[in-house]
Design a protein around this ligand. Structure first.
Ligand code: GLU
Length: 290
């Protein structure tokens, strides 16, 4: 077996659909071709939206598709303390800050920003607060038990890394949305001060995913091009935390007849519905163009 290690990392918030099948088969096929392994990771930090039934269904669907993965399967909801520890490391270096603001206050900050930060690839960019919160106010709010999220301070990261910040790169072996391929400059600043620790669950997709890719020795990240921009941020996190940098391969997304992305709400295209309608793993491969 080679050292090649990738992963398929669904969030069990619904039944897997054709888009997931394409993504899973792309990753599992790549592992087989490289004589490596494809891990299965359950990204269920959103404990409200993720359901054990959907997880069980995902395992069953993937098994039906012919995917094999090493056990044990990592379930992120069982590892909150680890993500918290990573946040503490960043906090100790002043790279993240507590944000107590409501959506509305965030919108006000954005409106008041000197240069309108505009929309980033992942929606509106939060450029950070006009001025940092005083230590007294922060202590008072904590004392009152107010909820907060942890945001990464892009300015602090830039100061911390110096010239290295502008040299962050990753290797793309697939294609970004604009056809980006090969060595790509990471531009985490295009995402603004993103949330690394959500108010509700204390971590975020970005942190948990990057943490786990490092911990699990993932050498190749294969995922949909919708996550291409997240990679710019993930690359920064790897630099800050001293985590290894995998090779990336972002793949095209499956679109429905009207050219829209598949969503979990399209029940008719869930793998279970297709299976019940007589589809086999072979016909399904054909359908997704593999
Ligand atoms: N859990 C993410 C999703 O279902 C995938 C994360 C990744 O592959 O990096 O969209």
């Amino acid at each position: 077996m080679s050292a090649f290690r990738t992963r398929f990392a669904p969030s069990p918030t619904g039944y897997l659909h054709l888009g997931h099948a394409f993504s899973a088969l792309t990753a599992f096929d790549a592992a087989r071709e490289a004589d490596g392994a494809c891990l299965l990771r359950i990204e269920d930090i959103d404990t409200n939206r993720c359901k054990p039934d959907f997880e069980a269904a995902a395992l069953e669907d993937l098994d039906w598709l012919g995917c094999n993965w090493p056990e044990p399967v990592r379930r992120q909801s069982e590892h909150f303390p680890e993500y918290h520890a990573a946040l503490e490391t960043l906090a100790a270096r002043g790279l993240v800050y507590r944000c107590f603001k409501t959506r509305r206050e965030i919108a006000e900050d954005i409106a008041r920003a000197p240069h309108h930060p505009g929309e980033g690839p992942e929606g509106v960019i939060y450029p950070g607060p006009p001025e940092p919160m005083s230590a007294d106010e922060e202590a008072e709010r904590l004392e009152r038990g107010e909820a907060f999220s942890w945001r990464l301070s892009i300015n602090a990261c830039r100061d911390h890394l110096g010239a290295a910040f502008d040299r962050l790169c990753f290797v793309e072996t697939g294609e970004g949305p604009e056809g980006e391929t090969g060595e790509v400059r990471a531009r985490p600043e295009t995402l603004g001060d993103v949330i690394l620790g959500r108010k509700d669950v204390g971590t975020s997709y970005h942190l948990a995913c990057t943490h786990d890719d490092a911990l699990q020795g993932v050498t190749h990240v294969i995922r949909g091009v919708d996550l291409y921009f997240a990679t710019h941020l993930h690359r920064l996190l790897q630099e800050l935390m001293g985590w290894p940098v995998p090779i990336y391969r972002h793949h095209r997304l499956m679109l429905d007849e009207s050219g829209k992305r598949f969503a979990k709400r399209d029940r008719s295209l869930s793998l279970r519905a297709l299976r019940e309608a007589g589809e086999t793993p072979e016909t399904l491969r054909e359908r997704v163009g593999l």
